[in-house]
Structures are given as structure tokens and as C-alpha cells.
Design a protein around this ligand. Structure first.
Ligand code: ADP
Length: 245
């Protein structure tokens, strides 16, 4: 696949497969295209060329007789529902309570009865350690608490794929741990496929089974976390890790 913003080619000839249940961490210098990949999978950006397949199905369009044919909105939405994303800046709805944030998509998109959505919401809030905050508004919570709500909100859709985009980068250092602990528990207790962009190398090492090193929109090296963090082969990986570890 290829992604360009105007003349600026950000991802070129990129080709990789994520298997069900994989926990793949994308590492590499700032600007190498990692976040763009997550945003493309979440259909927040349009591909310039090529395809993304989810379970063998194209995410946005097919080509018939040499012409691009967009998937029907309903079909697109159906695929999109299987993917959840947590952002660096939480992106909670500020005018809604924690519970309203969590049940919004299950009720309006999945048409889940409200009572059932609230019950599930309570389970998830307990899971992220915020059982007592369902009536709070995001502004009343710390950054770490807001991010845990955002994780609960993503899980409320029962996604098969979870995209984590630098979810601790906006947090004070002493709060990072509580968010990573919640995510470690999610990784331990579910088989959700995860695509992770993070600067937290220890976290990447703990939860992922594959690490992809990016530079300038291409994969420089792929390895297991053990190999990537202790015995990288490529000079660019060595330089990058020397700078961040
Ligand atoms: P990373 O996550 O590895 O830091 P990004 O995917 O955020 O990298 O960005 C890759 C490149 O794409 C950068 O050069 C960035 O400036 C550019 N880019 C990202 N989003 C946009 C956008 N909406 N418009 C123009 N350029 C963008």
C-alpha cells in the first residue's frame, strides 16, 4: 500500500500481515509513518494506493474492471465496528459522563439495549479500576483515568482489533504505569489482535509477539521483542534503540 499527503509520500510499497491474536508493536523515529498506519486501518485516512484487508476482506474498496469501487457505507461500517482505537489525547466526549461515553457506540451503532450496555460498561469500568467514576465527567478525571475510560470505551464494542496510538505519550510519567497495567491485563485476558505504537519499550517487550522497526515509511527490520531489543541486526534499529533505551 501507499499513502501520500499531497506530494509527500509517507508510506511507500508497504506490505505486511498481522495475524489474528498478534500483538504487533511499531517502533521507529518520529515521522516514520507509524501513526498513519493506525489511522489508515481505522479509516480515519484514505489510502493513496493499494489495499488493507481485514480477514481477507478489503477495508474500503475493491477494483473492478480497472476501476475503483468503494464499498457500501453499511459494509464499511460493519468492518469498522470490529476495530477499536485509543488515541494519545483520549478523545472522550467532554459533555458526556463516563458511562455515557462508554455506552454511546454500543447503543447507537450496535443497537444494544441501554440496560445491557450499562451493565457491560460497569464490568469494563471495574476492569480498568474506575468502578466509582461512572457519573463523572472527563474534566473531573486525571489524564490516566481519562485514558482508562477511553480503553473501556474501545473495549465496549468488543473489538477484534485494538489500535493503540501512543496512549501514554500525553501522560505525566507517574501516571503512565497505571494505564500500561490496564493494557497488560487486556493483553493477558483477551485474544484481541493489537497494533501498538509506543515509546514504552518495556511495555512493547512485555506484550508484543512481533516488533516492526520503521524508518521513512518502510519496514527496516522485523523481529520478536527478545531479538529486537537485545540483538537487532540493522544499523538503523541499533541507532534508534540506542537513542530511546
Ligand atoms: P509517526 O507516527 O511515525 O511519528 P506519522 O504517521 O505521524 O509518523 O507521520 C508520518 C509523516 O506524515 C510525517 O512526515 C507527518 O508530518 C506526515 N503527516 C501525518 N499526517 C499528516 C496530515 N494529515 N497531513 C500532512 N502530513 C501528515
Amino acid at each position: 500500500m501507499k499513502k501520500a499527503f499531497g506530494d509527500h509520500v509517507v508510506l511507500n510499497d508497504l506490505n505486511f500481515t498481522v495475524n489474528k491474536g498478534d500483538r504487533v508493536t511499531l517502533i521507529g523515529p518520529s515521522g516514520s509513518g507509524k501513526t498513519t498506519i493506525l489511522r489508515l486501518v481505522m479509516t480515519l485516512e484514505e489510502l493513496t494506493d493499494g489495499y488493507i484487508y481485514i480477514d481477507g476482506e478489503p477495508l474500503t474498496h475493491t477494483v473492478r474492471d480497472g476501476k475503483r469501487v468503494e464499498l457500501r457505507e453499511k459494509h464499511r461500517n460493519h468492518i469498522r465496528q470490529r476495530i477499536g482505537m485509543v488515541f494519545q489525547q483520549f478523545n472522550l466526549f467532554p459533555n458526556m459522563t463516563v458511562m455515557e461515553n462508554i455506552i454511546e457506540a454500543p447503543v447507537h451503532v450496535l443497537k444494544m439495549p441501554k440496560k445491557q450496555a450499562v451493565e457491560r460498561g460497569r464490568e469494563l469500568l471495574a476492569k480498568v479500576g474506575l468502578a466509582d467514576k461512572e457519573n463523572a465527567h472527563p474534566m473531573e478525571l486525571s489524564g490516566g483515568q481519562q485514558q482508562r475510560v477511553a480503553i473501556a470505551r474501545a473495549l465496549a464494542m468488543d473489538p477484534e482489533i485494538l489500535l493503540l496510538d501512543e496512549v501514554t505519550s500525553a501522560l505525566d510519567p507517574e501516571i503512565v504505569g497505571e494505564v500500561l497495567e490496564v493494557l497488560r491485563a487486556v493483553a493477558r485476558t483477551t485474544d484481541i489482535t493489537m497494533l501498538i505504537v509506543t515509546h514504552e519499550m518495556q511495555f512493547a517487550r512485555d506484550v508484543s509477539n512481533r516488533v516492526l522497526m520503521f524508518d521513512s515509511g518502510s519496514i527496516v527490520e522485523e523481529a520478536s521483542p527478545e531479538v529486537m531489543f537485545t540483538d537487532p541486526q540493522e544499523q538503523r534499529t541499533k541507532d534508534f534503540l540506542a537513542a530511546v533505551l
